[in-house]
Design a binder for this molecule. Structure first.
Ligand code: PRX
Length: 678
């Protein structure tokens, strides 16, 4: 049985004692903070004459090396100090920080806090079953991690190997990540909503010999057969030699010779595990994400720079203080879960919530009931959930005490003004800054956010606004020239490297260079467009490529087309994103059937949905399938996606230049077909 035996009363008492008076003290402490740079940020004490947030930001980009060196020395525990702060050349796609330094990430996240405050709560596992949360102290999490680290070592996992973790957000998933870090293996966490095929593709690319999973997942009151998905995946993964299965439920699942019950194996292990001394630039993890073309890419993050950046942004963007409870509700399968559920909070010795459920289970008050019960101080979630909750009405929020909240964060997609206002006014009662944080799997941590700022600086709804320390954004015009004026839009690039950025794409450094460094030589290209306001604030305008964002989940339209085109009835297809009132974007597929196909369109739609769900994940399924005789193409045979997008947006006045169109009648057919579908 997975739940450790504990006295529930202990936790009830603990949450009462942390009640209103604790949050009142927090508020007092915050109001007293001033913008003396060194008082705000102890590591800046050596920066002569720097005072004020903007001056500190200027310093951080103009004296990048001394800035990051000071931060790295202060924030991380090193086994051996680094010799070189950075050795980067964006024109070559070369990024390297803190060379010569040695450290262990799990020691930074666990041991050093165990030395000072072993009984501090590290994790609060907010289980799907409301009101059944379980707390783990730093000491307990270290022990769990050590047992797991010893187990992996005993089973032959070595420094440099890559372990795939296919688990819901839970303590054993966190311990698995940290155990890999402890013994020097890389982890590859795959979102537990991905299908067997998607999982298999990631296991194969990572060449994992070990997979860690659970017997079943529990989310929103529903069971998902995760072990069964792993079984199906590993059939096509010859590299896999062992699968560890944690028991999230009582249900016995089929086990083969290759499978082990994780908890049973852990019990055989010692609670002390020697941490491997790692070089700053050794791989910490791979995380697969979608690009505009080709297969998902395994972005590589390394040890010191990533951890430093996650911890530092967590501390300053959210104003995290010792003793706060940080509630990031993202799944650990995404970068947000990596940086702000696991690594950032734990490196800072924080208490972090592991949210296993959904915003509407058992009812739409779930988030706010949890905020009240766990006394969450910083809440970090996605606009898609906020938009969903708005529909259920304010009463679900107001029912619960939210006085513990100090900051509200938003991530993953643009937050529209209505959602921002509601989050600010209803959830935060107008007293909690809303931080719209822009970043990506590639950036490792938050790059643009309204905070930190001067205490009374304005926050503009729906704008990420201010570059974080060490971040120097630029906007590029279509000719690749830097736009220097304000009140302008362009392609968002970064002019300087920072420690948290990804180092490469696993097994494909050339793709890394081509995707991020060749479009604007000397700069890192984000793939996003942005607007810079008169006052110099940034607002993200959306992707410039064929990547779409469904409920905050990133997916390449090419990946979906690839699956749709595998349907024997389909001749060709074009998938685009369209504006969706809750999900942000939805998937819209145009499909041309092969000649002579005699199947009902509704049946083919169903078949396509099943295929996408089986080969990728449910969230990637097309909401609309429009059947067409042909697609609008240029004379050279390229599908004119721009035209398809305009048709779907019902913006027929801006179809743009159609002179290169092969057959103008195709557009009229598409418009008619779209009208019929609505
Ligand atoms: O298009 C941007 C959008 O999400 C993309 C990154 O997705 P992913 O790597 O999955 O990471 C998501 C969590 C950090 C970006 O290229 N995006 C992320 N945050 C925002 C955003 N778009 C607008 N506003 C944001 N705050």
């Amino acid at each position: 049985m997975w739940l450790p035996c504990r006295c529930a009363a202990k936790y009830v008492a603990a949450s009462f004692s942390r009640g209103v008076s604790a949050s009142f003290l927090h508020a007092l402490r915050r109001n007293r903070s001033s913008w003396n740079a060194a008082a705000f940020m102890p590591e800046s004490s050596g920066f002569e004459g720097v005072s004020g947030r903007d001056a500190l930001h200027d310093y951080s980009v103009s004296h990048s090396e001394s800035f990051w060196a000071a931060v790295a020395r202060q924030r991380l525990s090193w086994i051996r100090p680094f010799d070189v702060v950075q050795d980067c050349d964006l024109s070559q796609g070369r990024i390297s920080w803190f060379e010569g330094g040695k450290l262990n990430v799990s020691v930074n996240c666990l041991d050093r806090h165990v030395h000072t405050c072993p009984e501090r709560v590290a994790l609060i596992w907010e289980r799907d079953e409301q009101g059944s949360e379980v707390r783990y102290t730093y000491k307990e999490l270290l022990e769990m991690t050590c047992r797991l680290g010893n187990l992996l070592r005993r089973q032959g996992v070595k420094k440099g190997d890559c372990v795939t973790i296919y688990m819901p957000t839970c303590p054993l998933a966190v311990a698995s990540m940290l155990a890999c870090a402890r013994i020097g293996a890389a982890h590859n966490v795959v979102f537990a909503g991905f299908s067997a095929e998607a999982l298999a593709e990631r296991i194969r690319d990572a060449q994992s010999s070990t997979v860690i999973t659970v017997n079943q997942g529990v989310r929103g009151g529903k069971i998902t057969e995760l072990k069964r998905t792993v079984d199906a995946a590993v059939r096509s993964c010859p590299s896999v030699q062992q699968v560890f299965v944690a028991m999230r439920t009582e249900k016995q699942v089929e086990m083969t010779d290759r499978d082990f019950v994780l908890e049973e194996e852990m019990l055989k292990e010692d609670v002390v595990c020697e941490p491997a001394p790692m070089d700053s630039e050794d791989v910490l993890f791979l995380l697969y994400t979608s690009g505009s073309t080709g297969k998902p890419k395994g972005l590589v993050h390394t040890q010191a720079g990533y951890l430093l950046y996650a911890a530092f942004t967590h501390r300053y963007v959210f104003g995290y203080h010792d003793g706060d409870v940080f509630g990031c509700v993202a799944d650990i399968g995404w970068i947000t879960g990596h940086s702000y559920t696991v690594y950032g909070p734990l490196a800072n010795g924080g208490t972090t919530v592991l949210f296993e459920s959904t915003p509407v289970y058992p009812d739409p008050g779930r988030y706010w009931e949890m905020v009240e019960r766990l006394r969450i101080n910083q809440f970090y979630g996605a606009p898609t959930a906020i938009r969903l909750l708005i529909k259920y009405g304010d009463q679900w929020v107001k029912k619960y005490d939210r006085s513990s909240l100090t900051t509200l964060g938003s991530v993953g997609e643009p937050i529209n003004t209505e959602a921002w206002e509601w989050y600010n006014r209803v959830v935060g009662e107008g007293r909690c800054p809303v931080v719209d944080t822009w970043w990506q799997t590639e950036t490792g941590g938050i790059c643009i956010a309204p905070k930190p700022s001067e205490p009374d600086a304005e926050i503009v709804p729906g704008m990420a606004m201010r570059p974080f320390f060490g971040i120097k954004p630029v906007l590029m015009d279509t000719e690749g020239k830097v736009l220097t004026s304000n009140n302008t839009s362009g392609a968002l690039c970064m002019a300087q490297p920072w420690p948290g950025m990804a180092r490469t794409i696993h097994n494909n450094h050339q793709r890394f260079i081509e995707t991020y460094f060749q479009p604007y030589p000397g700069y890192f290209f984000t793939g996003d467009g942005a607007y810079r306001s008169e006052k110099g604030y940034y607002q993200i305008t959306g992707r410039l490529d064929d990547v779409i964002n469904v409920s905050g989940h990133r997916i390449g339209t090419a990946e979906i087309e690839d699956v749709v085109n595998q349907c024997p009835a389909v001749a060709e297809s074009a998938v685009i994103g369209y504006s969706h009132s809750i999900k942000g974007q939805g998937v819209y597929a145009f499909v041309v059937l092969k000649k002579g196909v005699d199947i009902q369109e509704a049946d083919i739609s169903k078949q396509l949905n099943n295929m996408v769900s089986e080969k990728i994940a449910k969230y990637a399924c097309p909401e609309f399938v429009q059947f067409a005789k042909r697609l609008p193409k240029t004379r050279s045979g390229k599908i004119m996606r721009r035209v398809l997008r305009k048709v779907v947006e019902c913006d027929l006045d801006s179809l743009g230049d159609l002179s290169t169109l092969d057959d103008p009648a195709a557009v009229q057919e598409i418009i008619k077909g779209h009208e019929k579908l609505l």
